[in-house]
Design a protein around this ligand. Structure first.
Ligand code: AKG
Ligand code: FE2
Length: 375
C-alpha cells in the first residue's frame, strides 16, 4: 500500500533537518507524500470501512436533488431596516432550524478578495517545506499554525489535509498581524469582510428567536471575540473511496463561515444521509451553526455533522473561519427556550473547558463534541 518514496520525500527530510525543532515532534504533511508520487493511500490514512465515503459521494459531477440542497440566503437586505430585513432574518432562522447549514450570496466580500487570498495561500503551500515549516505546530492555539491532519498524536487514522491557520483571541494574540508576508494583506482583507458578515448573521440568528437581549456582549456586530481561520489544503488522492479530507465532526464554536472552493468535497449529514454541498457560484460562502449555538438554543438550531471527501484530479482549498465566544463565557440553554415541554438538553459549560476537553480527549477522536455538554 505504501507509496514509493520519491525525490521530494528525501528533499523534504533534508529540509526538515534544518528546522530548529525536535524531529520526533514533526509529522510529515500529506502534500509532501503526494508530491513525492503516491499511487495508493498509505495505511495510516485508510479509514475503517464504516467511515469510508459511499461510492455515490465520490461522483462529484452529480448534482444533488433540489430537496437536498442547502438553502441559499441573499444577504442584500440584512443591512436595511424594515420588512425586507425581517424576511432575511427569518430565512436565516429557518435555515438554522431545518438544515444547520446555508449558503450566502451578496454578502459583501468581493470575489476578487476571495481569489487573491486563494492565490496567496496556494503560493504558501507551494513553497519549499523549509519555509512552511517555520510555522509548523500541531497545537491549535498558536497565533499562526501550519499543521497536518487534525491531531496526529491522538488519531488512529489521519486526515488527507494540511492547513495554514491563524488565531485572533482578544487580549491574547492576533496571528493575522504576523501572518507570512506572502499572504498577510490577503488574509487581513478577507478576514475584515468575513468579520462583518459573521457579526450581522450572528445577530440575525438570535433575533430570529427573539433572544438577542441575553447575548448583548456576543451579538453586537463587530465584537465577536474569537476567530480561527483555517485554510485547508487537500491534495488529489489516488483512492478517494478509502480516506477522508476531514472526518465527520461538528464545529465547536458559535458559527463557521466557509469558502468551500468550486472543487466539491464538503458533505453534510442531513436526515441520516450524506449530501454534497455544491456552491451556487465561486463567491458563495457557506455558514453553519456550531456547537455553542446548538447549546444556547437548546437544540432548536442544529450543529450538523459534516465531513470532506477527496478526489483524484484536483487539489481543493477551503477557507474556514471558526468563531467562538471568549474563554470565560458559560454557555447554557437560554431561559426563554426552556420550559416544561422543552427541558434543558445541555448543562452550563465554560467555553474554555469545552475546548480543553475537546482537544485533549482521546475518546473524542471521532469528535462527538456535543456529548461533552449533553445532559
Ligand atoms: O473543507 C471544508 O469544506 C470543510 C472543513 C471543515 O469542516 C473544518 O475544517 O472544520
Ligand atoms: Fe467543520
Amino acid at each position: 500500500m505504501e507509496g514509493k518514496r520519491g525525490v521530494a520525500d528525501l528533499q523534504q527530510e533534508k529540509e526538515l533537518a534544518q528546522v530548529p525543532m525536535s524531529r520526533s515532534s514533526i509529522v510529515q504533511g500529506i502534500k509532501e507524500l503526494v508530491d513525492g508520487g503516491l499511487h495508493a493511500v498509505p495505511p495510516l490514512y485508510v479509514r475503517p470501512p464504516d467511515e469510508r465515503p459511499e461510492s455515490s459521494s465520490l461522483l462529484s459531477n452529480v448534482q444533488p436533488l433540489p430537496q437536498y440542497q442547502i438553502p441559499i440566503v441573499d444577504l442584500t437586505a440584512l443591512d436595511s431596516t424594515g420588512a425586507a430585513r425581517v424576511q432575511v432574518m427569518q430565512e436565516i432562522g429557518r435555515a438554522c432550524e431545518d438544515w444547520g447549514f446555508f449558503q450566502v450570496v451578496n454578502h459583501g466580500v468581493e470575489l476578487a478578495v476571495i481569489q487573491q487570498l486563494q492565490e496567496a495561500a496556494f503560493k504558501f503551500f507551494d513553497q519549499p517545506a523549509q519555509e512552511r515549516m517555520r510555522f509548523y505546530t500541531q497545537s491549535i492555539g498558536e497565533p499562526i499554525m501550519y499543521r497536518t491532519s487534525f491531531n496526529p498524536a491522538m488519531e488512529n487514522v489521519r486526515e488527507w489535509r494540511d492547513s495554514l491557520g491563524f488565531n485572533r483571541i482578544p487580549g491574547v494574540c492576533d496571528g493575522f498581524q504576523d501572518a507570512p508576508e506572502l499572504c498577510k494583506k490577503e488574509v487581513q482583507q478577507y478576514m475584515k469582510g468575513v468579520d462583518a458578515i459573521a457579526g450581522k448573521v450572528f445577530k440575525a440568528i438570535f433575533e430570529s428567536l427573539g433572544v438577542e437581549k441575553y447575548l448583548e456582549n456576543e451579538v453586537q456586530a463587530g465584537t465577536i471575540p474569537r476567530v480561527r481561520m483555517s485554510i485547508n489544503y487537500y491534495p488529489p488522492c489516488p483512492e478517494p473511496s478509502l480516506t477522508l479530507g476531514v472526518s465527520a465532526h461538528s464545529d465547536v464554536g458559535t458559527l463557521t463561515v466557509l469558502h468551500p472552493d468550486v472543487v466539491p468535497g464538503l458533505e453534510i449529514k442531513h436526515e441520516g444521509t450524506w449530501i454534497p454541498v455544491i456552491p451556487t457560484d465561486p463567491s458563495a460562502l457557506v455558514i453553519n451553526v456550531a456547537d455553542q449555538i446548538e447549546i444556547w438554543t437548546n437544540g432548536k438550531y442544529k450543529s450538523i455533522e459534516h465531513r470532506v471527501v477527496t478526489n483524484t484530479n484536483k487539489p481543493r482549498m477551503s477557507i474556514a473561519c471558526f468563531y467562538g465566544p471568549s474563554d470565560d463565557t458559560v454557555v447554557a440553554p437560554l431561559p426563554t427556550l426552556v420550559d416544561e415541554s422543552h427541558p434543558p438538553c445541555y448543562k452550563p459549560t465554560k467555553f474554555e473547558d469545552y475546548l480543553k476537553n475537546f482537544f485533549s480527549n482521546k475518546l473524542l477522536a471521532n469528535r462527538g463534541t456535543l456529548d461533552l455538554a449533553r445532559l
